[in-house]
Design a protein around this ligand. Structure first.
Ligand code: ZN
Length: 249
């Protein structure tokens, strides 16, 4: 089987601003995610980041990406419009895109999903989160040990969350403080697919959890582009069959 080409992108961590995050991810979150995804023989993984030329996502990189994994939080404004449009265009043409944690605030997410304000409430006290499976037939839950994943310390994101109604809901999280969140949801966009998976606050070791790693791997597999037919759908076209009484203009 041809390997799925995965690009894991993140914005970088400022050690002064986020000492706890840098302690967990000394080489940034992209590298950590790329490391565990790279152990999966289905994937060929590269890590890219915001500080690289063209925000780390040149046309060449995007052209060689089947699935883009995105982690951003603080520096969304630094992503250029050109790179944003490149990512959006690639999704519409088939590339899969996984938005992790706070990444729905990113420019590509806003453009693809029509999100135009802060998406929702949050609380950052390290409370317990249970990520419940609500769709047993979705490939994202393949091989899970239990019907939920328990994260001992998490950041709460709560409903109502400002996302468009998803095409599918795979996970709903319950938080110790009482709130809930549609924490694993997906949309079909053009020829591509988009998945939002909420767990992953940078100051808690959420991505160290092997069940979370398994689910992220499953999602990446599901996001793989589909090689469908080329479709003509823009502009006036001639009829395929003779039309008996066409109205003359
Ligand atoms: Zn966070």
């Amino acid at each position: 089987m041809k390997k799925i080409r995965v690009t894991v992108w993140s914005e970088g961590i400022d050690p002064q601003l986020e000492p706890r995050a840098i302690a967990l991810y000394p080489n940034d979150i992209n590298t950590y995610l790329a490391e565990f995804l790279g152990k999966d023989t289905d994937f060929e993984v590269v890590a890219r980041n915001l500080s690289q030329p063209e925000n780390g996502l040149s046309q060449e990189i995007i052209d060689n990406t089947d699935v883009l994994v995105w982690w951003s939080h603080l520096y969304d404004d630094q992503v250029s419009d050109e790179v944003t449009n490149r990512v959006v265009e690639a999704v519409l043409n088939g590339m899969g895109l996984l938005f992790l944690h706070a990444s729905l605030g990113s420019k590509p997410a806003k453009k693809l999903l029509g999100i135009n304000s802060n998406v929702g409430k949050y609380r950052e006290v390290g409370e317990m989160e249970r990520v419940w499976v609500v769709n047993r037939s979705h490939p994202a839950v393949e091989g899970m040990e239990k019907e939920y994943i328990e994260i001992p310390g998490s950041e709460m994101y709560g409903e109502p969350y400002g996302i468009p109604t998803p095409d599918d809901i795979v996970f709903i999280s319950w938080f110790e403080g009482g709130e809930v969140l549609r924490s694993g949801v997906s949309w079909h966009k053009g020829a591509g697919k988009v998945f939002f998976f909420a767990p992953g606050h940078e100051e808690f070791p959420v991505y160290y959890n092997t069940e979370i790693q398994k689910v992220i791997g499953n999602i990446v597999r599901w996001l793989k582009p589909v090689c469908g037919p080329a479709i003509t759908f823009r502009g006036e076209i001639g009829s395929m069959e003779p039309i008996k009484n066409p109205v003359k203009k």
